[in-house]
Design a protein around this ligand. Structure first.
Ligand code: URA
Length: 244
């Protein structure tokens, strides 16, 4: 069991502001601990299963933040954006304050599952191709998808900036103009460039799965949810190549 820590430190660790500000929140009667109004910012509190309420909003204590986010179109996965608002503008402020980052990036017009965390080691683990963690994309194309194109994606395509071919680990045709494709790497605009290399294009791109974790059907665009140990386990399971 983790050692109890002072409420002020806990609030700070969760991204509610400077230590001083967190202390003032308590003095201003704006913090509840497991449903009870807190009075002393120095009080030591057990963090296991802790539910805070800060300025009227419930907040689960998580030592590290691991969240699944359903990215809407027309948002950039960057803190300093160029043309579109940032995905971080859709998250509660404490996340940004504690320095969360997207695990890889989706293009501004891509939708679907993206992971966000403040755990650098987790971000590294999830993005290294060595781990063989597959990501499944649903692709909609303007031109019909042919078996020849699918065979080409599976046998590997060479993109213009790298002589090493990149492969789809699995492809499943979902319709004349729709394909689910699994890839393990995360090169720049990889799916769009792979589709262009086989003579088609991407009209719409949506990520549905990372490892064995599926974008929850009830997580609407722009919404996020905490990931728990059982979700993290699913994420780190390598892709089953035959089962998109
Ligand atoms: N591949 C792309 O081309 N774009 C994305 O957003 C993700 C993968």
């Amino acid at each position: 069991m983790a050692k109890p820590i002072s409420l002020e430190k806990i609030l700070f660790s969760q991204g509610f502001g400077t230590r001083r500000y967190c202390s003032d929140l308590v003095y201003a009667d704006l913090v509840k601990v497991n449903g009870v109004l807190a009075e002393d910012p120095e009080e030591r509190i057990a963090t296991e299963g802790l539910i805070l309420n800060v300025e009227g909003r419930n907040w689960e204590f998580h030592e590290k933040a691991y969240i699944a986010f359903h990215k809407p179109p027309n948002y950039e996965c960057s803190h300093k954006t160029t043309h579109h608002p940032s995905v971080y503008s859709l998250l509660p402020k404490p996340f940004v304050e504690r320095g969360v980052q997207c695990v890889g990036r989706l293009d501004f017009d891509t939708t679907g599952l993206i992971l966000i965390s403040d755990d650098g080691q987790f971000i590294h683990r999830m993005t290294t191709p060595k781990k063989n963690i597959g990501k499944v994309y649903e692709i909609t194309t303007p031109e019909p998808i042919t078996q020849k194109q699918i065979d080409h994606l599976l046998s590997g395509v060479v993109l213009d900036d790298d002589p090493e071919p990149c492969f789809a680990s699995a492809c499943k045709q979902l319709g004349d103009h729709a394909l689910a494709m699994t890839i393990v790497e995360g090169r720049y605009h990889q799916v769009k460039r792979m589709m262009a290399a086989v003579g088609n294009h991407v009209a719409k791109l949506h990520r549905t799965k990372i490892g064995q974790y599926i974008l929850p059907a009830d997580l609407a665009e722009g919404e996020w949810r905490w990931l728990y140990p059982e979700d993290l386990q699913k994420l780190s399971k390598s892709v089953e190549v035959s089962n998109v």
